[in-house]
Structure formats: C-alpha cells, structure tokens
Design a protein around this ligand. Structure first.
Ligand SMILES: [Zn+2]
Length: 145
C-alpha cells in the first residue's frame, strides 16, 4: 500500500514537472492517464536501447530518455537519450537552438565525427556526406560552434 502511494506521488510529481498537471487528460497531445505517459516511456525505452553515452555531448553519465517535440509521440524519432545536463539544456533551448535540434533529430555522433576527422582520412566535405550534413555544419561541430 505504501508503495502504491509512493508511486502515485511520483507520478504526480513527474506530471507536474512535464507541465501536464494542469492540462491533465484534456491535453491534446498527451492522451492519457498515468499508464499513457509511463507506458509510452517504457515502450520507447525498450525499443530505443540506452546508449553508453549521451547522444549530444558524448559523455558517459546517467542518461534520460528525452522527448524532442514534447508531444510524447509514439515515434522513435521523437525521442533521444541525453544526460541530465543536456536534457535540461535541450528542454530550455528547444525552440531556440537549431544546432541542438539538428543533432537531436539526426542523432549525430559528434564524438565519432571528431574521431574520424582526427584520423586525417576524411575531409570535412567527405564527413558531411558520411553524416548527411552540410560540410559547414561539420566545420561547426569540429570547432564546437
Ligand atoms: Zn550530454
């Protein structure tokens, strides 16, 4: 019984955090009850296996499964694994930072890109083709811009 109450409190807290407490079940994008969000989260988590590193900064840290659109869609493309710091940053800059969105939407492995560039085997243009991004974007990533 104690556990149930704890779980309920946790759910309320999470709902509050994700800004759904007031919209509740009337939210158009978030259909549901507790099972809705947590069921979805659990299902996505199962499919989209947790990587070792943050999809954005590449650091090995505790990772959160973050929702990109904040619409909680059952679409793998709408979710990304981020460390806490990047998750917060991402949520804050959701509408502002194009770079963050571009990376999140393509799951670009910046660390991998930097490593490849460091081998000297690839030009920035070749890397652009490899990662399906503009070579100017490659330059920006390499220079942390
Ligand atoms: Zn990170």
């Amino acid at each position: 019984m104690q556990e149930m109450r704890k779980r309920k409190a946790m759910l309320d807290e999470t709902k509050r955090k994700i800004g759904l407490a007031s919209s509740g079940e009337h939210s158009s994008s978030w259909k549901g009850d507790e099972v809705g969000y947590f069921g979805l989260h659990a299902r996505i988590k199962k499919i989209l296996k947790k990587p070792l590193k943050c999809n954005f900064c590449g650091r090995i840290k505790p990772l959160d499964l973050a929702n990109k659109s904040h619409e909680y869609k059952f679409e793998l493309d709408d979710w990304v694994w981020l460390c806490r710091k990047c998750h917060v940053k991402y949520d804050w800059t959701l509408k502002k930072t194009k770079r963050m969105r571009a990376i999140a939407s393509k799951n670009i492995d910046i660390i991998g890109l930097k490593k490849l560039y460091a081998t000297g085997k690839y030009t920035q243009i070749e890397l652009g083709k490899k990662f399906d991004i503009h070579h100017i974007t490659v330059w920006k990533y390499l220079h942390d811009q």
